[in-house]
Ligand binder design. Structure first.
Ligand SMILES: N[C@@H](CCC(=O)N[C@@H](CS)C(=O)NCC(=O)O)C(=O)O
Length: 343
């Protein structure tokens, strides 16, 4: 029996870096392998998904989906836990984690596939990982044709995906992205993590985005370097943090740092109205919806998975006692982020 957890993914993948980040933090033995086109079919057959990463447990179970994986791996590791113990902080952590997973993936795909320089560096590196190559094959190399074909396919996929998720207008995408990065950088002026005194799953979600995309792809990296430099330190801190070396324990506090409130306001501005519109569209059985992502109405695909994440958070909110729900309301309502989970 394999004693390690095999993680199949690629370096330039948001959720692969998120999962590698929290599994390493938790001290679980990880055997990271590239999900190349040569092993892909078998993994997808066993896991029942084409998405990555996929984790194969020492007991040969095939698991995927980073949020439930975080919960499961947390259960298997004896660490400080990936969620704050305080129900108010935990609920806010879930909202923020979901924002990174479901909304910040939009600029990630946008920069990677719509910005030429980013596609040529990180996009090409991703293709190398998929083909199990160390470098881009030279033009006269026998593997070059396969590289070119896959690269073209992925660029097309990226361009289509940007339209499906409403990440097309450069100004709208960059403006929202940079507002969020600047807020986070200011928050990390005085705090090491997003909530409380230890990293939560929300921190690993942000880490995954930075490590796989925003500090790897040249365009977002240059913007962050200029205007949100604390994110480099945050990424570096998260990369080496190990639960076993920590002397701190989670403090059971309902407190949310004032520097995090602008992030909640930002979530209330774009993501929450999308969650509401998406829910309405799905409720009416519509596969598409119209939404203004900052550059006028666009027709985009409705997203069932995103709605299921919203519903899970709503369920958690409904199971809080009246006092804690009231405290959550005091934090989320002024930001416009309460009703979407309360209804
Ligand atoms: N909800 C999943 C999302 C996984 C996901 O979207 N992975 C991306 C790579 S970062 C992927 O496989 N994309 C390929 C596709 O969308 O077809 C998770 O949290 O793990």
């Amino acid at each position: 029996m394999n004693k390690s957890y095999i993680v199949y993914g690629v370096d330039a993948s948001y959720f692969t870096q998120k999962v590698l980040g929290f599994m390493t933090y938790l001290g679980l033995p990880v055997d990271y392998r590239k999900k190349t086109i040569f092993v892909r079919q078998e993994i997808e057959r066993r896991a029942g998904t084409h998405l990555m990463p996929v984790v194969v447990t020492p007991g040969d179970e095939y698991l995927w989906d980073s949020t439930p994986l975080g919960v499961e791996m947390d259960r298997r590791a004896s660490g400080p836990g990936l969620w704050p113990p305080n129900p108010v902080q935990r609920l806010v952590a879930r909202v923020i984690e979901d924002f990174f997973d479901e909304w910040m993936t939009r600029p990630a795909v946008y920069f990677r596939w719509r910005c030429e320089a980013d596609a040529e560096s990180s996009g090409a590196a991703l293709v190398c990982d998929l083909l199990d190559l160390d470098v881009i094959p030279a033009p006269d190399d026998g593997q070059r044709a396969m590289f070119d074909t896959l690269f073209t396919t992925l660029k097309q996929w990226g361009a289509e995906t940007c339209h499906k998720i409403g990440a097309v207008d450069k100004r709208a995408v960059e403006n929202e992205f940079m507002r969020v990065m600047e807020i986070l950088s200011r928050h990390f002026d005085s705090r090491a993590f997003l909530l409380g005194n230890l990293p939560s799953l929300a921190d690993f979600s942000l880490y995954g985005g930075l490590q796989a995309h925003f500090l790897r792809d040249p365009s977002p990296r240059a913007l962050i370097d200029e205007q949100a430099p604390n994110l480099f330190d945050f990424r570096d801190r998260m990369k080496v943090i190990r639960a076993e070396n920590l002397t701190d324990k989670w403090q059971d506090k309902a407190e949310i740092a004032p520097s995090l409130l602008p992030l909640l306001a930002e979530i209330g501005l774009g993501f929450v109205p999308f969650l509401e519109a998406n829910r309405r569209a799905l409720g009416a059985g519509q596969r598409e919806l119209s939404f203004d992502f900052g550059a006028g109405e666009e027709r985009v695909r409705s997203r069932k998975y995103t709605e299921s994440c919203r519903a899970e958070i709503a369920h958690e909110l409904s199971s809080l006692d009246d006092r804690d729900r009231g405290l959550v309301r005091e934090i989320l309502d002024p930001a416009g982020c309460y009703q979407v989970y309360a209804g």
